[in-house]
Design a protein around this ligand. Structure first.
Ligand SMILES: CC(=O)SCCNC(=O)CCNC(=O)[C@H](O)C(C)(C)COP(=O)(O)OP(=O)(O)OC[C@H]1O[C@@H](n2cnc3c(N)ncnc32)[C@H](O)[C@@H]1OP(=O)(O)O
Ligand SMILES: O=C([O-])CC(=O)C(=O)O
Length: 375
Protein backbone atom coordinates (compact mmCIF):
# COMPACT_ATOMS: atom_id res chain seq x y z
CA UNK A 1 0.00 0.00 0.00
CA UNK A 2 1.43 3.38 -1.04
CA UNK A 3 1.90 6.28 1.39
CA UNK A 4 -0.74 9.03 1.43
CA UNK A 5 -0.29 11.48 -1.40
CA UNK A 6 1.68 14.69 -0.98
CA UNK A 7 -0.16 17.50 -2.76
CA UNK A 8 2.04 18.71 -5.59
CA UNK A 9 4.66 16.09 -4.54
CA UNK A 10 5.98 18.53 -1.89
CA UNK A 11 8.97 17.06 -0.04
CA UNK A 12 8.85 13.84 -2.08
CA UNK A 13 12.34 12.74 -3.18
CA UNK A 14 11.74 11.94 -6.86
CA UNK A 15 15.33 11.38 -8.02
CA UNK A 16 18.92 11.24 -6.89
CA UNK A 17 21.20 13.80 -8.50
CA UNK A 18 24.71 15.14 -8.24
CA UNK A 19 23.93 18.19 -10.42
CA UNK A 20 22.59 20.60 -7.80
CA UNK A 21 21.39 20.79 -4.20
CA UNK A 22 19.29 23.24 -2.16
CA UNK A 23 19.18 23.96 1.56
CA UNK A 24 15.76 25.61 1.71
CA UNK A 25 15.87 26.44 5.42
CA UNK A 26 19.08 28.42 5.09
CA UNK A 27 18.59 29.73 1.55
CA UNK A 28 21.58 28.01 -0.01
CA UNK A 29 22.08 26.62 -3.51
CA UNK A 30 24.95 24.45 -4.75
CA UNK A 31 25.98 23.41 -8.28
CA UNK A 32 27.97 20.14 -8.15
CA UNK A 33 29.06 21.08 -4.61
CA UNK A 34 29.93 24.75 -5.31
CA UNK A 35 27.97 27.38 -3.35
CA UNK A 36 26.20 29.75 -5.75
CA UNK A 37 27.52 32.72 -3.72
CA UNK A 38 31.06 31.51 -4.38
CA UNK A 39 30.72 31.06 -8.15
CA UNK A 40 28.20 33.75 -9.24
CA UNK A 41 30.21 36.52 -10.91
CA UNK A 42 33.34 34.35 -10.92
CA UNK A 43 32.62 31.66 -13.50
CA UNK A 44 31.31 32.27 -17.00
CA UNK A 45 28.08 30.69 -18.21
CA UNK A 46 30.17 28.44 -20.49
CA UNK A 47 32.14 27.19 -17.46
CA UNK A 48 28.88 26.66 -15.63
CA UNK A 49 27.44 24.56 -18.48
CA UNK A 50 30.62 22.46 -18.47
CA UNK A 51 30.39 22.04 -14.69
CA UNK A 52 26.74 20.92 -14.73
CA UNK A 53 27.09 18.59 -17.71
CA UNK A 54 30.42 17.02 -16.70
CA UNK A 55 30.54 17.40 -12.91
CA UNK A 56 33.80 19.40 -12.57
CA UNK A 57 35.00 22.88 -13.41
CA UNK A 58 37.10 22.85 -16.61
CA UNK A 59 40.85 23.41 -16.86
CA UNK A 60 41.71 26.31 -19.21
CA UNK A 61 42.33 23.99 -22.21
CA UNK A 62 39.03 22.12 -21.57
CA UNK A 63 37.20 25.43 -21.49
CA UNK A 64 38.83 26.64 -24.71
CA UNK A 65 37.86 23.40 -26.45
CA UNK A 66 34.34 23.54 -25.06
CA UNK A 67 33.88 27.14 -26.20
CA UNK A 68 35.08 26.14 -29.69
CA UNK A 69 32.60 23.27 -29.71
CA UNK A 70 29.78 25.63 -28.65
CA UNK A 71 30.73 28.08 -31.42
CA UNK A 72 30.68 25.29 -34.02
CA UNK A 73 27.34 23.97 -32.73
CA UNK A 74 25.16 27.04 -33.23
CA UNK A 75 23.94 26.17 -36.67
CA UNK A 76 20.22 25.64 -37.17
CA UNK A 77 19.29 22.79 -39.55
CA UNK A 78 17.12 23.12 -42.70
CA UNK A 79 13.95 21.69 -41.06
CA UNK A 80 13.99 24.34 -38.33
CA UNK A 81 14.96 27.05 -40.84
CA UNK A 82 11.93 26.18 -42.95
CA UNK A 83 9.59 26.13 -39.95
CA UNK A 84 10.81 29.38 -38.39
CA UNK A 85 8.86 31.97 -40.43
CA UNK A 86 5.60 30.03 -39.96
CA UNK A 87 5.80 29.70 -36.19
CA UNK A 88 7.00 33.28 -35.75
CA UNK A 89 3.90 34.48 -37.60
CA UNK A 90 1.49 32.38 -35.60
CA UNK A 91 2.92 31.79 -32.14
CA UNK A 92 4.10 33.67 -29.06
CA UNK A 93 7.82 33.29 -28.21
CA UNK A 94 7.65 30.32 -25.82
CA UNK A 95 5.14 28.49 -28.03
CA UNK A 96 7.32 29.08 -31.07
CA UNK A 97 10.52 28.06 -29.28
CA UNK A 98 8.99 24.88 -27.88
CA UNK A 99 8.09 23.88 -31.44
CA UNK A 100 11.42 24.96 -32.91
CA UNK A 101 13.43 23.12 -30.24
CA UNK A 102 11.42 19.99 -30.98
CA UNK A 103 12.14 20.35 -34.70
CA UNK A 104 15.93 20.54 -34.12
CA UNK A 105 16.04 16.74 -33.72
CA UNK A 106 15.06 16.30 -37.38
CA UNK A 107 18.52 17.52 -38.47
CA UNK A 108 20.53 16.36 -35.46
CA UNK A 109 23.00 13.62 -36.48
CA UNK A 110 22.68 11.98 -33.03
CA UNK A 111 18.89 12.25 -32.75
CA UNK A 112 18.22 8.53 -32.29
CA UNK A 113 21.27 7.82 -30.12
CA UNK A 114 20.91 8.18 -26.32
CA UNK A 115 24.41 7.02 -25.36
CA UNK A 116 26.23 9.33 -22.92
CA UNK A 117 28.55 10.54 -25.70
CA UNK A 118 25.64 11.34 -28.05
CA UNK A 119 23.64 12.94 -25.23
CA UNK A 120 26.64 15.19 -24.45
CA UNK A 121 26.97 16.27 -28.09
CA UNK A 122 23.23 17.01 -28.29
CA UNK A 123 23.39 18.89 -24.98
CA UNK A 124 26.17 21.14 -26.32
CA UNK A 125 24.27 21.77 -29.53
CA UNK A 126 21.03 22.63 -27.69
CA UNK A 127 22.82 25.09 -25.38
CA UNK A 128 24.41 26.75 -28.43
CA UNK A 129 21.30 26.71 -30.63
CA UNK A 130 18.62 28.08 -28.29
CA UNK A 131 20.00 31.65 -27.99
CA UNK A 132 20.30 31.72 -31.78
CA UNK A 133 16.68 30.59 -32.15
CA UNK A 134 15.52 33.36 -29.79
CA UNK A 135 17.54 35.96 -31.73
CA UNK A 136 16.17 34.62 -35.02
CA UNK A 137 12.62 34.82 -33.65
CA UNK A 138 13.17 38.44 -32.64
CA UNK A 139 14.67 39.41 -36.01
CA UNK A 140 11.98 37.60 -37.99
CA UNK A 141 9.06 39.18 -36.14
CA UNK A 142 10.59 42.62 -36.65
CA UNK A 143 11.13 41.93 -40.35
CA UNK A 144 14.88 42.46 -40.19
CA UNK A 145 17.82 40.17 -41.03
CA UNK A 146 19.34 38.32 -38.08
CA UNK A 147 22.49 39.91 -36.60
CA UNK A 148 25.39 37.48 -37.08
CA UNK A 149 26.99 36.17 -33.86
CA UNK A 150 30.32 37.81 -33.04
CA UNK A 151 33.09 35.20 -32.52
CA UNK A 152 34.71 37.44 -29.87
CA UNK A 153 31.63 37.32 -27.64
CA UNK A 154 30.41 34.50 -25.41
CA UNK A 155 26.81 33.29 -25.20
CA UNK A 156 25.70 36.16 -22.94
CA UNK A 157 27.36 38.95 -24.94
CA UNK A 158 26.24 37.54 -28.26
CA UNK A 159 22.64 37.26 -27.13
CA UNK A 160 22.52 40.93 -26.08
CA UNK A 161 24.28 41.95 -29.29
CA UNK A 162 21.85 39.99 -31.46
CA UNK A 163 18.71 41.10 -29.60
CA UNK A 164 19.41 44.78 -29.00
CA UNK A 165 21.73 45.48 -31.96
CA UNK A 166 24.03 47.31 -29.55
CA UNK A 167 27.47 46.07 -28.60
CA UNK A 168 27.26 45.43 -24.83
CA UNK A 169 29.91 46.92 -22.54
CA UNK A 170 32.16 44.46 -20.66
CA UNK A 171 30.28 45.15 -17.42
CA UNK A 172 26.86 44.60 -18.99
CA UNK A 173 28.10 41.33 -20.53
CA UNK A 174 29.42 40.24 -17.12
CA UNK A 175 26.13 41.00 -15.40
CA UNK A 176 24.01 39.16 -17.96
CA UNK A 177 26.45 36.26 -17.93
CA UNK A 178 25.93 36.05 -14.15
CA UNK A 179 22.14 36.00 -14.70
CA UNK A 180 22.60 32.94 -16.91
CA UNK A 181 24.74 31.27 -14.24
CA UNK A 182 22.14 32.02 -11.55
CA UNK A 183 19.29 30.41 -13.53
CA UNK A 184 21.21 27.35 -14.73
CA UNK A 185 19.93 24.61 -12.43
CA UNK A 186 17.64 24.12 -9.46
CA UNK A 187 17.19 20.46 -8.45
CA UNK A 188 13.75 18.96 -9.08
CA UNK A 189 11.87 22.07 -10.25
CA UNK A 190 8.83 21.38 -12.44
CA UNK A 191 10.55 21.64 -15.84
CA UNK A 192 13.57 19.55 -14.85
CA UNK A 193 11.31 16.92 -13.33
CA UNK A 194 9.34 16.89 -16.61
CA UNK A 195 12.55 16.37 -18.57
CA UNK A 196 13.59 13.51 -16.31
CA UNK A 197 10.19 11.78 -16.51
CA UNK A 198 10.41 11.86 -20.31
CA UNK A 199 14.05 10.74 -20.38
CA UNK A 200 13.22 7.89 -17.99
CA UNK A 201 11.00 6.21 -20.58
CA UNK A 202 14.26 6.00 -22.60
CA UNK A 203 12.91 8.70 -24.85
CA UNK A 204 15.44 11.04 -26.45
CA UNK A 205 17.08 14.33 -25.38
CA UNK A 206 15.00 16.55 -27.70
CA UNK A 207 11.70 15.06 -26.48
CA UNK A 208 12.72 15.65 -22.86
CA UNK A 209 13.76 19.25 -23.54
CA UNK A 210 10.58 20.00 -25.51
CA UNK A 211 8.53 18.86 -22.50
CA UNK A 212 10.68 20.96 -20.18
CA UNK A 213 10.10 24.05 -22.34
CA UNK A 214 6.35 23.49 -21.99
CA UNK A 215 6.59 23.22 -18.20
CA UNK A 216 8.83 26.28 -17.86
CA UNK A 217 6.37 28.47 -19.73
CA UNK A 218 3.70 28.45 -17.00
CA UNK A 219 3.41 31.56 -14.76
CA UNK A 220 3.84 29.47 -11.60
CA UNK A 221 7.33 28.57 -12.89
CA UNK A 222 9.57 30.37 -15.44
CA UNK A 223 6.69 32.37 -16.92
CA UNK A 224 6.62 34.39 -13.68
CA UNK A 225 9.44 36.72 -14.82
CA UNK A 226 7.32 38.05 -17.70
CA UNK A 227 4.30 38.33 -15.38
CA UNK A 228 6.37 40.35 -12.87
CA UNK A 229 7.35 42.85 -15.55
CA UNK A 230 3.75 43.20 -16.71
CA UNK A 231 2.71 43.80 -13.09
CA UNK A 232 5.38 46.46 -12.54
CA UNK A 233 4.49 48.19 -15.80
CA UNK A 234 0.77 48.19 -14.94
CA UNK A 235 1.23 50.29 -11.78
CA UNK A 236 0.46 53.89 -12.51
CA UNK A 237 1.84 56.80 -10.51
CA UNK A 238 4.92 56.97 -8.31
CA UNK A 239 6.42 54.44 -5.93
CA UNK A 240 3.78 55.09 -3.25
CA UNK A 241 1.16 53.60 -5.60
CA UNK A 242 2.87 50.23 -5.10
CA UNK A 243 1.56 49.89 -1.51
CA UNK A 244 -2.07 50.26 -2.52
CA UNK A 245 -1.61 48.01 -5.55
CA UNK A 246 -0.11 45.18 -3.50
CA UNK A 247 -2.70 45.39 -0.73
CA UNK A 248 -5.56 45.37 -3.28
CA UNK A 249 -4.13 42.32 -5.08
CA UNK A 250 -3.57 40.36 -1.89
CA UNK A 251 -6.91 41.23 -0.37
CA UNK A 252 -8.61 40.12 -3.60
CA UNK A 253 -6.90 36.74 -3.01
CA UNK A 254 -4.63 37.06 -6.04
CA UNK A 255 -1.05 35.84 -6.05
CA UNK A 256 1.77 38.25 -6.78
CA UNK A 257 4.09 36.68 -9.31
CA UNK A 258 7.75 36.51 -8.35
CA UNK A 259 7.03 35.78 -4.67
CA UNK A 260 7.01 32.55 -2.70
CA UNK A 261 8.81 29.30 -3.28
CA UNK A 262 8.17 25.63 -2.67
CA UNK A 263 11.60 24.99 -1.17
CA UNK A 264 13.06 28.24 0.20
CA UNK A 265 11.78 29.24 3.63
CA UNK A 266 13.99 32.31 3.56
CA UNK A 267 15.47 34.51 0.82
CA UNK A 268 16.21 32.77 -2.47
CA UNK A 269 20.03 33.18 -2.73
CA UNK A 270 19.70 34.05 -6.43
CA UNK A 271 17.42 36.99 -5.57
CA UNK A 272 20.20 38.42 -3.38
CA UNK A 273 22.42 38.75 -6.47
CA UNK A 274 19.66 39.84 -8.83
CA UNK A 275 18.52 42.64 -6.48
CA UNK A 276 22.03 44.15 -6.57
CA UNK A 277 22.21 43.70 -10.33
CA UNK A 278 18.84 45.35 -10.77
CA UNK A 279 20.09 48.42 -8.90
CA UNK A 280 23.34 48.62 -10.86
CA UNK A 281 21.69 48.13 -14.26
CA UNK A 282 18.93 50.64 -13.46
CA UNK A 283 21.65 53.17 -12.66
CA UNK A 284 23.46 52.36 -15.90
CA UNK A 285 20.20 52.67 -17.87
CA UNK A 286 19.47 55.97 -16.11
CA UNK A 287 16.01 54.85 -14.97
CA UNK A 288 15.47 53.56 -11.43
CA UNK A 289 11.66 53.33 -11.64
CA UNK A 290 11.27 49.53 -11.79
CA UNK A 291 14.07 48.89 -9.33
CA UNK A 292 12.42 51.20 -6.81
CA UNK A 293 8.97 49.72 -7.48
CA UNK A 294 10.47 46.27 -6.93
CA UNK A 295 12.11 47.28 -3.65
CA UNK A 296 8.85 48.72 -2.35
CA UNK A 297 6.83 45.71 -3.53
CA UNK A 298 9.25 43.36 -1.81
CA UNK A 299 8.86 45.28 1.43
CA UNK A 300 5.05 45.45 1.34
CA UNK A 301 4.64 41.78 0.37
CA UNK A 302 6.96 40.74 3.19
CA UNK A 303 5.16 42.95 5.74
CA UNK A 304 1.71 41.71 4.68
CA UNK A 305 2.32 38.05 3.80
CA UNK A 306 5.82 37.18 5.01
CA UNK A 307 6.76 36.07 1.49
CA UNK A 308 10.23 36.50 -0.04
CA UNK A 309 11.00 37.28 -3.70
CA UNK A 310 12.10 34.32 -5.81
CA UNK A 311 14.54 34.24 -8.76
CA UNK A 312 11.93 35.56 -11.19
CA UNK A 313 11.23 38.77 -9.26
CA UNK A 314 14.38 40.87 -9.75
CA UNK A 315 15.14 39.09 -13.04
CA UNK A 316 12.29 41.16 -14.50
CA UNK A 317 13.76 44.60 -13.79
CA UNK A 318 17.24 43.30 -14.71
CA UNK A 319 16.17 42.08 -18.16
CA UNK A 320 14.12 45.23 -18.71
CA UNK A 321 17.15 47.41 -17.97
CA UNK A 322 19.17 45.29 -20.41
CA UNK A 323 16.72 46.20 -23.19
CA UNK A 324 15.28 42.69 -23.59
CA UNK A 325 11.62 42.68 -24.72
CA UNK A 326 9.30 41.46 -21.93
CA UNK A 327 7.95 38.45 -23.84
CA UNK A 328 11.53 37.17 -24.27
CA UNK A 329 12.17 36.99 -20.50
CA UNK A 330 11.04 33.36 -20.20
CA UNK A 331 13.01 32.37 -23.32
CA UNK A 332 16.08 33.90 -21.59
CA UNK A 333 15.38 31.67 -18.59
CA UNK A 334 15.20 28.69 -20.98
CA UNK A 335 18.57 29.63 -22.56
CA UNK A 336 20.16 29.31 -19.14
CA UNK A 337 18.16 26.33 -17.85
CA UNK A 338 18.98 24.34 -21.00
CA UNK A 339 22.30 23.62 -19.25
CA UNK A 340 20.60 22.09 -16.22
CA UNK A 341 17.90 20.23 -18.16
CA UNK A 342 20.44 18.57 -20.44
CA UNK A 343 22.67 17.66 -17.47
CA UNK A 344 19.69 15.97 -15.80
CA UNK A 345 18.76 14.05 -18.96
CA UNK A 346 22.34 12.75 -19.24
CA UNK A 347 22.26 11.78 -15.55
CA UNK A 348 18.88 10.05 -15.94
CA UNK A 349 20.02 8.05 -18.97
CA UNK A 350 23.24 7.04 -17.20
CA UNK A 351 21.38 5.31 -14.37
CA UNK A 352 17.81 4.89 -15.49
CA UNK A 353 14.68 3.60 -13.90
CA UNK A 354 11.19 4.41 -15.22
CA UNK A 355 9.59 7.22 -13.16
CA UNK A 356 6.09 6.13 -12.38
CA UNK A 357 4.64 7.36 -9.09
CA UNK A 358 1.49 6.07 -7.46
CA UNK A 359 -1.78 7.98 -7.15
CA UNK A 360 -4.48 8.08 -4.51
CA UNK A 361 -7.89 7.29 -5.97
CA UNK A 362 -10.65 9.70 -4.84
CA UNK A 363 -13.48 8.75 -7.21
CA UNK A 364 -16.52 6.54 -6.55
CA UNK A 365 -16.14 2.74 -6.28
CA UNK A 366 -18.23 -0.34 -7.04
CA UNK A 367 -20.44 1.29 -9.64
CA UNK A 368 -22.60 -0.88 -11.89
CA UNK A 369 -22.94 -0.43 -15.63
CA UNK A 370 -26.40 0.48 -16.98
CA UNK A 371 -27.43 0.51 -20.59
CA UNK A 372 -27.19 3.97 -22.25
CA UNK A 373 -30.98 4.06 -22.78
CA UNK A 374 -31.50 3.80 -19.01
CA UNK A 375 -28.89 6.32 -17.70
C1 LIG B 1 11.68 29.72 -11.25
C2 LIG B 1 10.49 29.52 -10.41
O1 LIG B 1 9.71 28.68 -10.76
S1 LIG B 1 10.33 30.38 -8.98
C3 LIG B 1 8.55 30.46 -8.73
C4 LIG B 1 7.90 31.33 -9.77
N1 LIG B 1 6.47 31.42 -9.56
C5 LIG B 1 5.90 32.51 -9.02
O2 LIG B 1 6.53 33.49 -8.68
C6 LIG B 1 4.39 32.46 -8.92
C7 LIG B 1 3.91 32.98 -7.57
N2 LIG B 1 4.23 32.04 -6.52
C8 LIG B 1 3.48 30.94 -6.30
O3 LIG B 1 2.45 30.70 -6.97
C9 LIG B 1 3.92 29.96 -5.24
O4 LIG B 1 4.62 30.62 -4.23
C10 LIG B 1 4.77 28.82 -5.82
C11 LIG B 1 4.06 28.16 -7.01
C12 LIG B 1 6.11 29.32 -6.31
C13 LIG B 1 5.03 27.78 -4.74
O5 LIG B 1 3.82 27.17 -4.53
P1 LIG B 1 3.43 26.21 -3.31
O6 LIG B 1 4.60 25.72 -2.59
O7 LIG B 1 2.51 25.20 -3.90
O8 LIG B 1 2.66 27.17 -2.34
P2 LIG B 1 1.13 27.56 -2.43
O9 LIG B 1 0.77 28.09 -3.77
O10 LIG B 1 0.34 26.39 -1.92
O11 LIG B 1 1.11 28.74 -1.38
C14 LIG B 1 1.09 28.57 0.04
C15 LIG B 1 0.37 29.78 0.64
O12 LIG B 1 1.11 30.97 0.33
C16 LIG B 1 0.36 31.84 -0.50
N3 LIG B 1 1.22 32.32 -1.57
C17 LIG B 1 2.25 31.66 -2.14
N4 LIG B 1 2.81 32.40 -3.08
C18 LIG B 1 2.12 33.55 -3.12
C19 LIG B 1 2.23 34.71 -3.90
N5 LIG B 1 3.15 34.80 -4.84
N6 LIG B 1 1.36 35.73 -3.69
C20 LIG B 1 0.42 35.62 -2.73
N7 LIG B 1 0.26 34.53 -1.95
C21 LIG B 1 1.11 33.51 -2.14
C22 LIG B 1 -0.75 30.97 -1.09
O13 LIG B 1 -1.88 31.71 -1.46
C23 LIG B 1 -1.01 30.00 0.02
O14 LIG B 1 -1.79 30.67 1.01
P3 LIG B 1 -2.92 29.88 1.82
O15 LIG B 1 -2.16 28.80 2.57
O16 LIG B 1 -3.48 30.93 2.68
O17 LIG B 1 -3.85 29.32 0.81
O1 LIG C 1 12.83 25.09 -7.86
C1 LIG C 1 11.72 25.49 -8.19
O2 LIG C 1 10.65 24.92 -7.84
C2 LIG C 1 11.57 26.68 -9.05
C3 LIG C 1 12.82 27.46 -9.20
O3 LIG C 1 13.17 28.27 -8.38
C4 LIG C 1 13.65 27.20 -10.37
O4 LIG C 1 13.33 26.32 -11.18
O5 LIG C 1 14.69 27.88 -10.52
Amino acid sequence: MADKSSRGLADVVAATTSVSDIDGENGRLFYCGYDIHDIAGRISFEECVYLLQRGDLPQQQDLDDFEDELNRSRQIGPTTEALLPHVVRNASPMEALRTLVSSLSADDPDAADSSVEADRRKATRLVAQLPILVARYEAERNGRPAVEPDPDLGIAGNFLWQITGQYPSDRVQELFDTCLVLHADHTMNASTFTARVIAATLSDMHSAITGAMGALRGPLHGGANEAVMNTLASIEGDVDAVDEFVRAELSAGRKLMGFGHRVYKTEDPRATHLRKMSEELSELAGDRRYYEFSRRMEQVVFDTKGLYPNVDFYAASVYHALGIPTDLFTPVFAISRMSGWTAHVIEQHEDNRLIRPASEYTGPRDRRWTDIAER
